[in-house]
Design a protein around this ligand. Structure first.
Ligand code: S3P
Length: 181
């Protein structure tokens, strides 16, 4: 752990379908932390869904909304933050999260991700004729960013309960080593 870092919060990052929201809600309940989801915050503020934001305003504007919510997290305490899958591909966002949060990346293979998301329709980046190829391509591009998280948790072959347990264990370890709580 970088010295001087103060771990107040826990941020979950990783690709679409990695389990950030479902794991995050369970982790928050067990830690008695608040749970926030960047997509939900952005959608509530814009008064529209994520697909509508992409369609009406474009991806660059969505990324700008993400940057704005990430800035606000610096004042948060005792919060589990689930982030949209592209959020930490902007370096400043990851650096900002690391100031106050332990950043844990949930990892899964393209095939597993596809299995998890194939019945869902709310992800504009996957509305293509060949979503699995798109997942492979995006995941390969983003892997270097995801690897910059503090902790990488492989969700393959693990139940949600096991992933939750592992995330909480890592968080408690990191808090033990950070300068304040
Ligand atoms: C995106 C992931 C989505 C959402 C948006 C863009 C991405 O969030 O932020 O559709 O760029 O990977 P989830 O990771 O929660 O699906």
């Amino acid at each position: 752990m970088t010295s001087g870092r103060v771990i107040h919060n826990l941020a979950l990052v990783g690709f679409m379908g990695a389990g950030k929201s479902s794991v995050g809600q369970l982790v928050a309940a067990q830690l008695r932390f608040r749970f926030v989801d960047t997509d939900e915050l952005i959608g509530a503020r814009a008064g529209k869904t994520i697909p509508s934001i992409f369609a009406d305003e474009g991806e660059p504007q969505f990324r700008e909304y993400e940057r704005a919510v990430v800035d606000e997290f610096q004042t948060f305490h005792r919060t589990v933050i689930a982030t949209g899958g592209g959020l930490i591909t902007i370096e400043e966002n990851l650096n900002s999260l690391k100031i106050h949060a332990l950043v844990i990346c949930l990892w899964a293979s393209p095939e597993t991700i596809w299995e998890r998301v194939r019945s869902q329709t709310h992800r504009p980046l996957l509305q293509t004729p060949d979503p699995l190829t798109k997942i492979r391509q995006l995941l390969a591009e983003r892997e270097p960013f995801y690897r910059r998280a503090d902790v990488l948790v492989n969700t393959e072959m693990r139940s949600v309960k096991e992933v939750v347990h592992h995330v909480i264990h890592q968080f408690r370890l990191a808090r033990g080593h950070s300068s304040h709580q």
